[in-house]
Design a protein around this ligand. Structure first.
Ligand SMILES: Nc1ncnc2c1ncn2[C@@H]1O[C@H](COP(=O)(O)OP(=O)(O)OP(=O)(O)O)[C@@H](O)[C@H]1O
Length: 325
């Protein structure tokens, strides 16, 4: 049994959550917690179960097994108590196209249990739609609709904000603007659960994240902890076509730190990549470079465009998918 202070510090608690549609088990035992004031990103492949998890947290469906709690409450049972304290932006905003932006916000404020602490002008200003107050919703672009959706989600200054792919369909500038809004909300103390397909979005915004694949969480932690799992990468190009390379390198490319090279051939030559094993110790790539340079010298080869870079969230993500096949 967790003590009271620990509970009070937790905004979202998902414990061995399972959900099924008929015989198909869409979520297969997922556990994570989101602390108050934290931004937690749920990433995953298509159909991984992110929306299903979010829908249970919003009380749309009861878990098949396990439990979900938001602000200590059961969303399926305590909806009335919970609703005024949360904000929600789903993938499909259900707008009435004939209403103007201003009418939509006024209608929303009228329906909200707490009539909305922030003003309509303030909310539209926040999402950059102040000049669109008299525009009909159906005349908004896809990205502008997403921003209107965000304005409605934050209108009542919720304690917990659920954002399902908030920047999908936005141009790069609008996306950056949305990131700034989310960043500011989080800085002001709002807890945020975000799902996204943009890994850069998660890298920029999340305190912690989890990657889901086929109904399970395969990786989780702070952005740094997860990215560290990718290990460093060494890239270079050899300006030799495959036949020439085979002839020169009878022994093949060397192993570095126990890792074999992967190669991609083209007319220009061969692009070589080493994805080194993850290690919390610094300097692994540095140590691996020495034998590589000695090898190149021995074979009188130039390592063109030699580059050492830190693995990215995308590398971790792709490995999750690869290992799950
Ligand atoms: N109402 C439903 N009936 C049957 N199967 C469903 C239903 N809703 C979702 N599923 C299935 O459950 C699995 C998880 O779907 P979910 O929408 O939660 O995934 P997701 O991670 O949000 O995916 P995406 O990134 O593509 O939005 C998928 O295989 C999906 O086809």
């Amino acid at each position: 049994m967790r003590d009271e202070p620990a509970r009070a510090a937790t905004a979202i608690e998902v414990d061995d959550f399972r959900q099924a549609y008929g015989d198909f088990e869409a979520v297969r035992g997922v556990s994570f917690t989101v602390r108050r004031g934290e931004l937690f990103a749920l990433l995953g492949t298509n159909g991984a179960g992110k929306t299903t998890t979010m829908e249970s947290l919003l009380g749309f469906a009861r878990p098949r097994a396990g439990s979900v709690r938001v602000l200590g409450l059961n969303p399926a049972k305590d909806g009335r108590a919970l609703r005024p304290r949360i904000g929600v932006m789903l993938q499909e905003g259900g707008f009435l196209g004939d209403l103007t932006v201003g009418e939509t916000v006024r209608l929303w404020r009228g329906m909200a249990a707490d009539a909305g602490r922030s003003s309509m002008a303030g909310a539209l200003e926040t999402v950059g739609l102040a000049s669109k107050e008299r525009t009909r919703v159906r005349q908004l672009s896809g990205g502008q609709r997403r921003r209107l959706d965000l304005a409605l989600a934050v209108l009542a200054e919720p304690e917990v904000l659920f954002l399902d792919e908030p920047s999908t369909g936005m141009d790069p500038e609008a996306r950056r603007g949305t990131w700034q809004i989310i960043h500011d909300l989080r800085a002001a103390g709002t807890t945020v659960l975000l799902t996204t397909h943009y890994l850069e979005e998660a890298e920029k915004l999340a305190d912690r994240l989890a990657i889901m694949h086929q109904g399970r969480i395969t990786t989780s932690g702070t952005v740094d902890e997860v990215v560290t799992q990718a290990g460093d990468q060494i890239h270079f190009r050899l300006a030799l076509p495959p036949a020439g390379l085979r002839e020169r390198l009878r022994g093949g490319l060397p192993f570095l730190d126990g890792t074999a090279a992967t190669t991609v051939h083209s007319d220009e030559g061969t692009r070589v990549t080493y994805a080194l094993p993850a290690s919390p110790a610094a300097g692994r790539a540095h140590a691996a470079l020495r034998p590589l340079l000695e090898w190149a010298e021995k074979h009188e080869l130039t390592l063109e465009r030699l580059e050492v870079r830190r693995g990215t969230l995308e590398d971790v993500f792709l490995r999750v998918v690869e290992e799950g096949r």
